[in-house]
Design a protein around this ligand. Structure first.
Ligand code: 3YE
Length: 208
């Protein structure tokens, strides 16, 4: 099984979905450590309740991004991690760290990329007046939210939607998309190529 680390900053609802996925006998992955940059968050509690090891790497305790990322890297090496899932992890990672883990690190973003990059993607979608948005799981590249796309799920926007109601509908899609992407990459069915694209070109629906 592929050894996975999940990085979080908060409540860890995507972490919960990933933990439920890897419980399945058919899963290609196991979660070996959960790392949070914020102490005391609910996601850490979810992990320890599931018997998964946890670490806090508090960015406030480091003088530079390089030192923070270096500490995360040490933990990943300590646990023999082969695949990193950023699940609501809110820090921008440095070039050297991203390059080291290239092809081995996934992020989930609450829009259909390349639309609505950055923070408040749900609010951006509402303000733009689009009728469909969604979520994207992508390989992490140095440019934020720009890496190769692995899985997307579309989500309708209703005329009655608020930022909260839309965020909740997107979250439900995330809880399907991230486990699907974890299996595609964890099993080796999908890989990042040297040219920054994924291989093979897959029909998402036919994979699972
Ligand atoms: N780093 C790189 N490329 C990526 N991190 C994430 C995805 C991703 C990445 O594709 N190189 C917004 C965070 C954006 C932000 O400005 N964060 C602040 C801290 C804010 C806070 O602590 O609340 C910062 O200075 O890092 C993961 C998703 C990043 C989301």
């Amino acid at each position: 099984r592929t050894r996975v680390a999940v990085l979080i900053s908060g409540s860890g609802t995507n972490l919960q979905a990933l933990m439920e996925q890897v419980k399945k006998p058919s899963s290609s992955a196991e979660i070996v450590v959960v790392i949070s940059n914020r102490p005391g968050v609910m996601g850490l509690k979810r992990a320890s309740m599931a018997g998964i090891q946890t670490r806090v790497v508090d960015h406030k305790l480091y003088g530079s991004r390089a030192e923070f990322d270096g500490t995360i890297d040490k933990v990943l090496e300590e646990f023999g991690v082969e695949l990193v899932c950023l699940a609501g992890f809110m820090r921008i990672l440095t070039g050297p760290f991203v390059r080291k883990w290239s092809g081995k690190m996934l992020n989930i973003h609450p829009s259909l990329l390349p639309s609505f990059k950055g923070v408040n993607a749900q609010k951006q979608a509402l303000q733009a007046g689009v009728r469909v948005t969604g979520c994207t799981v992508h390989f992490v590249a140095e440019e934020v939210d720009a890496g190769a796309i692995v899985v997307q799920e579309a989500v309708p926007i209703l005329v009655t939607d608020t930022e909260d109601s839309l965020s909740e509908r997107i979250r439900e899609a995330e809880h399907r998309a991230f486990p699907a992407a974890l299996e595609l990459v964890g099993s080796g069915a999908v890989k990042l190529r040297d040219d920054g694209r994924i291989t093979p070109a897959i029909e998402q629906d036919k994979m699972h």
